[in-house]
Design a protein. Structure first.
Length: 572
C-alpha cells in the first residue's frame, strides 16, 4: 500500500477536481489516507488508524449513518467489489452536505482484499443535466419520490462498450453515447424519465408500469440500438443489457434501488448478455458467487495461471475416421469455486479484461502441446477459441505469430475460432486482423455458426477457412431429424462447399447424428460419439491408438466411437 498511499499521487488527484476528493484505506496496514481536499473540507487528520473510521462515522448524519456503515461492511465482506452510495456528512463548519462515495476493493494477489479506495464527490449544488448527452444526470434519481405510486426502474448498460472505444477512439465513443441517448429519449413516453447514470449506463424510471411493460420497452430499446445510425453515415450495432427493480419494493431509498439495479445488471451481463433481468434474492446470491469467482480468477492469473488447464476434444475425419486434430478447451478450478464452467468464468474474464492474459496463456499451452504431438505423431491441427476482445487487440496477431515461430509450428495447422454467437460490432477491423493472420498461414474458423446476430452478413464480411456448425442444429438431426434443422445444416454445408470452406459438425453425440452428417458431406466432426474433452495425457493415448502405437488404457469414462473401433464403423 506504500504506493497507494503516496502523498504525491493524492496531491495530483486533488488537482483534478474542485469537488471530488480521494481516499485509500490500507486493510493490511490498518491505515486510511485522505487527500488534502477531504482534510480541509471535513476537518480530518491526513492519516488515521483504520479503527479511527469512527471519526468519519460520527460526521455522518444520524438518519444516514446506519445505511452508510452497512454499505461499507457489505463491501468489505466481499459481497460486492465496487459501490456507489450517497449520504449526508457534516463538514468542518458544522453543516451537513450531501456526498456521493464511489469505492472499489483492490487486491494484491492474496486471497483477501488489500485496499479500499474511493472518490468522494460533493453534491451541494449538483447540475441538473449531463453535459455530454443533455439528459438529466444521476441526481434526478435522488429527486424522484419512490414512496408515491408504483412502477419500475431500469438500468441499461451498453455491452462491451470499450470495444467500440478501442476500434474507433474516445471521441467517437462519445458520439455513440450521444446518439444512443437521443434514441432513448425519442422513444420514451412523456411520463418516463431517462437519466444518464455513468459511463455507458442509463436509467429509465417507468411509473405505473409492470414487468410485461418493461420487457416490451426493453425490446423496443434493442430494436432502436441494433442498428444505430450515426451522423457520419456509419451504422453501429449495439448490444444492450438491463437490470430492473420494482418500486415500492424492499426499499424506497434511491441508494438501495441503485444497489439492486447494479446487481441485476451485472448478473445479466455475465449470465445472459443482451437481455433484461429483474432483481431477486437469487440474483444477489449469484452475484456474491461471481464476486468470489472474480477474486479467485485474478488470484490464479497472478500466480502463474494456477487452476487453469486445457482439455482436448478430437476432430475426426469423415472419410478416414482418423483423428486429424483437436480443439483446445479452457477449464478452471478455483480454491473454493470448483464447479464453474466456461460459460460462467469466461464472461468474468472478459468483463475484467483478464481474458487478454489468459487467452495468451491458452495460445502458448495449446501450441506447446501441438509441438510435442507433431514430433511424435506427425501433422495435427489444433484449434482454440479466441475472444472477440482479444481479436480487437492490435498486437494480438503479432503475439500469436511470435509464439508459433518460437515453437516451430506450421501455421497452416493452427485454427483460431471466433464464436459466431458474439455480437461483432466492428467487422471491418476484425477482417483486417483475420487477413493478417491468414497471410501468415493461420486458419480462421467461425464457431457456433448459425446462432449469431447476422450469420450471413459475417459470413460475407469476415474472411474464414472453417465453418463449425452449431451443436444445437446438429443434435436436432438425431433419429428422424428435425426437418428445419436438416434444411439449415444442409444449406450451411452447401454454401461452405461452394466457397471452399472446411465444415466441422459439433455436438455429434450418437450414431444417428453421425450417419446423417456424414451423408450430408461434412469434412470432420467432434462430439461425445467419439470422445468427450479429455486431458492432454488421454488425448495423447488416443493419438497413439489412432496412429497404431498402442497407447494403453484410456482414463475411465473416455470413449472412442462409444466403444467401437474405427474399423467397425461403416465407411459407406
Amino acid at each position: 500500500m506504500e504506493q497507494g498511499l503516496n502523498l504525491t499521487l493524492m496531491k495530483a488527484f486533488d488537482a483534478l477536481s474542485d469537488d471530488t476528493y480521494f481516499f485509500a484505506a490500507d486493510l493490511k496496514g490498518h491505515l486510511i489516507k485522505w487527500s488534502r481536499g477531504v482534510v480541509d473540507y471535513f476537518g480530518l487528520d491526513e492519516t488515521i488508524a483504520l479503527h479511527g473510521i469512527e471519526e468519519w462515522n460520527e460526521k455522518i448524519s444520524p438518519e444516514d449513518r446506519q445505511y452508510a456503515i452497512e454499505a461499507r461492511e457489505k463491501m468489505l465482506s466481499g459481497k460486492v467489489d465496487r459501490q456507489h452510495v450517497q449520504y449526508r456528512v457534516k463538514n468542518k463548519w458544522g453543516e451537513y452536505t450531501r456526498i456521493e462515495v464511489f469505492t472499489v476493493l483492490v487486491e494484491d494477489g492474496s486471497d483477501e482484499p488489500s485496499a479500499y479506495c474511493g472518490a468522494i464527490t460533493l453534491l451541494e449544488d449538483p447540475s441538473q443535466y449531463d453535459t455530454l448527452t443533455g439528459l438529466p444526470d444521476r441526481h434526478e434519481l435522488y429527486r424522484f419520490d419512490f414512496s408515491k405510486g408504483s412502477g419500475l426502474v431500469v438500468l441499461l448498460g451498453i455491452d462491451d462498450f470499450r470495444n467500440i472505444v478501442s476500434a474507433y477512439g474516445y471521441s467517437y465513443g462519445d458520439e455513440v453515447l450521444r446518439t444512443f441517448a437521443k434514441a432513448l429519449a425519442s422513444g420514451a413516453d412523456e411520463d418516463q424519465k431517462i437519466i444518464r447514470f455513468t459511463g455507458d449506463e442509463f436509467i429509465m424510471i417507468l411509473p405505473d408500469r409492470g414487468r410485461d411493460d418493461a420487457l416490451r420497452i426493453f425490446g423496443e430499446v434493442c430494436s432502436l440500438t441494433n442498428k444505430l445510425h450515426m451522423e457520419d453515415g456509419r451504422i453501429i450495432r449495439l448490444s444492450v443489457s438491463a437490470g430492473a427493480v420494482s418500486y415500492p419494493g424492499r426499499s424506497i431509498s434511491p441508494d438501495a434501488i441503485l444497489t439492486d439495479l447494479e446487481l441485476a445488471l451485472r448478473f445479466v451481463k455475465s449470465a445472459d448478455k443482451g437481455n433484461i433481468s429483474f432483481y431477486s434474492d437469487e440474483i444477489e446470491r449469484r452475484q456474491s458467487r461471481l464476486a468470489v469467482i472474480r477474486r479467485e480468477l485474478r488470484h490464479d492469473v497472478d500466480h502463474g495461471f494456477r487452476g487453469f488447464k486445457l482439455f482436448f476434444q478430437p476432430w475426426v475425419d469423415m472419410d478416414t475416421l482418423r483423428v486429424t486434430g483437436c480443439e483446445a478447451l479452457l477449464r478452471w478450478e478455483g480454491e473454493s469455486i470448483r464447479d464453474a464452467g466456461p460459460g460462467e468464468f469466461i464472461p468474468v474474464l472478459e468483463d475484467t479484461g483478464d481474458i487478454m492474459e489468459v487467452g495468451l496463456w491458452v495460445v502458448r499451452e495449446a501450441l506447446r502441446c501441438q509441438r510435442r504431438w507433431l514430433d511424435l505423431y506427425g501433422p495435427l491441427t489444433v484449434s482454440f477459441n479466441v475472444s472477440y476482445i482479444q481479436f480487437l487487440d492490435p498486437c494480438f496477431a503479432d503475439k500469436v505469430i511470435s509464439v508459433a515461430r518460437k515453437l516451430g509450428i506450421d501455421e497452416k495447422n493452427v485454427v483460431m475460432e471466433l464464436t459466431e454467437s458474439c455480437n461483432v460490432r466492428t467487422p471491418e477491423f476484425l477482417a483486417q486482423t483475420f487477413e493478417k493472420l491468414r497471410d501468415q498461414g493461420f486458419k480462421i474458423a467461425l464457431d457456433d455458426f448459425g446462432t449469431g446476430y447476422s450469420s450471413l452478413e459475417l459470413f460475407r464480411k469476415l474472411p474464414s477457412d472453417v465453418i463449425k456448425i452449431d451443436h444445437n442444429f446438429v443434435r436436432g438431426l438425431s433419429a428422424a431429424g428435425d426437418p428445419v434443422d436438416v434444411s439449415i445444416v444442409d444449406a450451411i454445408i452447401m454454401l461452405s462447399k461452394r466457397l471452399d470452406k472446411k465444415v466441422v459438425a459439433e455436438g455429434v453425440e450418437d450414431k444417428n447424428v453421425f450417419t446423417t452428417v456424414r451423408k450430408m458431406g461434412v469434412d470432420c466432426f467432434q462430439g461425445y460419439y467419439y470422445s468427450r474433452p479429455v486431458s492432454s495425457d488421454d488425448f495423447e493415448k488416443m493419438l497413439q491408438m489412432d496412429r497404431g502405437f498402442g497407447g494403453g488404457e484410456l482414463a475411465e469414462g473416455v470413449t472412442a466411437f462409444s466403444g467401437e473401433s474405427p474399423s467397425k464403423v461403416p465407411v459407406s
